[in-house]
Write a protein that binds this ligand. Sequence first.
Ligand code: ADP
Ligand code: ZN
Ligand code: ZN
Length: 760
Amino acid sequence: MLLLASLLEATAQIQKLNNLGLIMQQAITALSHQPIMSIAVAAPVGGLYDYLAGPAMGAVRGSLVMVPFGGRQLPGIVMGPAKGHLPPAKLREVALVIKLPPLSDAMVQFIERVSAWTMAPLGAVVKMVLSQPAAFGRPPQQKFYRLAAKHDKKRLTAARKLVLEHLCNPDLLNDGDFAAGIIAACGISQAVLNGMETAGLLKVDLVSADCPPPVPLCDCDHLTLTDDQQDAARQLRDAIGQGFRVNLLDGVTGSGKTEVYFEAVEATIKAGKQVLILLPEIALSSAWRARFAARFGVAPVEWHSDISPGQKRKSWRFILQGRVSVVVGARSALFLPFPKLGLIIVDEEHEHAFKQEDQVIYQARDMAVLRGQLDQLPVILASATPSLESWVNAGKTGLPPRYRYLALPKRVQNAQLPIITAINLRKTPPERGRWLAPPLVEAISARLKVGEQTLLFLNRRGFAPLTLCGACGTKLTCPNCDSWMVAHRLAGLMRCHHCGHESRPSNDCSVCGSKDSMQACGPGVERLAEEVLWRFSDARFAILSSDTVATPKAADAFIQSVSDGEVDIIIGTQMAAKGHHFPHLTLVGVVDADLGLAGGDLRAAERTFQMLSQVAGRAGRESRAGIAMLQTLESDNPVLSSLIAGDRDAFLAQEATARLTAGMPPFGRLAAIIITSPHEDRLYQAMQQLSASRPHFDSVKIYGPAIAPIGFLRGKHRARLLISADKSVNIQNILEDWLGPIKLASSVRVQIDIDPYSFL
Ligand code: ADP
Ligand code: ZN
Ligand code: ZN
């Protein structure tokens, strides 16, 4: 902590020097010639560029500008005095200064630190922050009508009288109204208003058409918290305004974590600060929204891929102006320009959806902690199955704690946690060509009899993951990727889940010419639905996957119909595992509990544990007890045995030991280099170049380069390297020194992934 404090102090000093430098340079050079500024331009390739100040005289670090770049004008951020040594004659001038408050110091530092950590170009991070250039201009203007001083009521037409009466209404805000409000209230036309304006009967002001979002209401009626909840809530409330501190809120599914962090949200709003709540996109359901609205009387401002550009433009501007109190969003919301952020919450902090895998490769949870540190504010990480990283940081494996640990060990209202059991597929296998084993079938029948719901979980979209020729063994693969084409019978096509390539299905083999020889292998959710229909012909079933429920609206409708008891059996992919609260659901059947465990993925065990706990947690959320049954070929697998024993902490302890022994994150550092090229020879050449210049350090191991597990993806050949190092090693520096000087062929792309989650 001491180290951190001095680091931050040092940064603040540098900050002051930067601004001082800028001002001094401006003062000196204003006498002779124009000052030169270093600008971070929102271009995915670039970093800092020098520009003549021009209209940006007097700008400070963080000011937003537009600059000429190539043949275009791009947004940029003033970072400080000139960095380069180009003579002024060679420099171009800032085009214009954007009339908005400059970014906060902490925000500018955040941009620099994210770029340094992820090794993504500074300009790529700037581009994420300045994501809404449409917000820079003046918002659209609208006419606001008020009564002019004098008018002779007797000589007015009936329509004009109505307008007059409406504008005399003492309830009107600012003694006037917009055209839309007047027209709606009086049933008149715009022409009446135009006529009154010309006749001087109305005063007209042009005001912004964008209305800031309503302020969340505090002190509304809300649930009475349990003792555990109150205890955690008090500690979180007390942390507001007290500087940087990370809190791990560890609560079993249904323990009421959301209500607890809402208390901290309220305290932050009362302190006049802004709140950012990050959720995995998929968890941002209408149920969450409704709970926020019930607690705070208004809808939250949302930020994710489904929000329209117009709405984003408005919100971005209001956020930068400090006129938005609470934003709930997906990982990209972390890059919004809050000037007075007071709290960051990362809900479902263990979710891998927080890792962005393209462009700037970053882990939003980790970067949220960085932002909290730079902004000096509390961060809440909430989960029922904390990531090993957070578990270690909370001091649970014996290392000194860096996070405060807050636990909610019980479900609210005495609901019990589900009982988890295994079904050994070796002892009680399903019939040939079927996937539900007899004990699970029996349990489903029992639920159907008493009108309770079942969720069958299989994390595989479509009908079958593999189609092959029974005569020659040919497997149907994607032309652009090393992957199988997945049969989607509902859509009537074959689809590659990596690149989206689609083709028509055929029963005949295109390689050996055999007729009717193509066979579907293995189940997807559609095939399971077929079996459900065959076994329980009277049951009402529905598939919940991104193919069948593609939009948030459709998801809401689906969840509503399940809550209303219109479905007996839900057949779902991971979409069904998340956050939903289904009151009548008492049985969860996991069709293939071994599915996620295969492969060389560092977090396979952890991910499977989290996913299965989440999905099991859907069962018995209210008064009736729930049960989860895991179909498996290896019930003594440690992941499954800890699940069955209900001993999450034992699992985390095992996993920690395994990673510690292997020197893997969070105990060691890991980075991946991914090399891609459409030309195979160029890829091999690049692999050789990297191999020949590889650095040699005792504390650093380099594996590869080797062809990636998916060696061909979206038309590009791929190779990977993995670099593992002691925790004390600055892996970014090593990569910089190694890769910086290498000149690669133009078709070759190198991506760096610090702390990779994907190993494909
Ligand atoms: P978690 O996020 O921990 O799974 P939630 O916050 O979603 O739990 O809460 C689960 C359910 O319990 C929700 O329907 C919520 O409204 C309800 N709930 C939470 N706290 C209380 C409480 N103190 N009293 C009654 N119901 C509560
Ligand atoms: Zn064939
Ligand atoms: Zn493909």
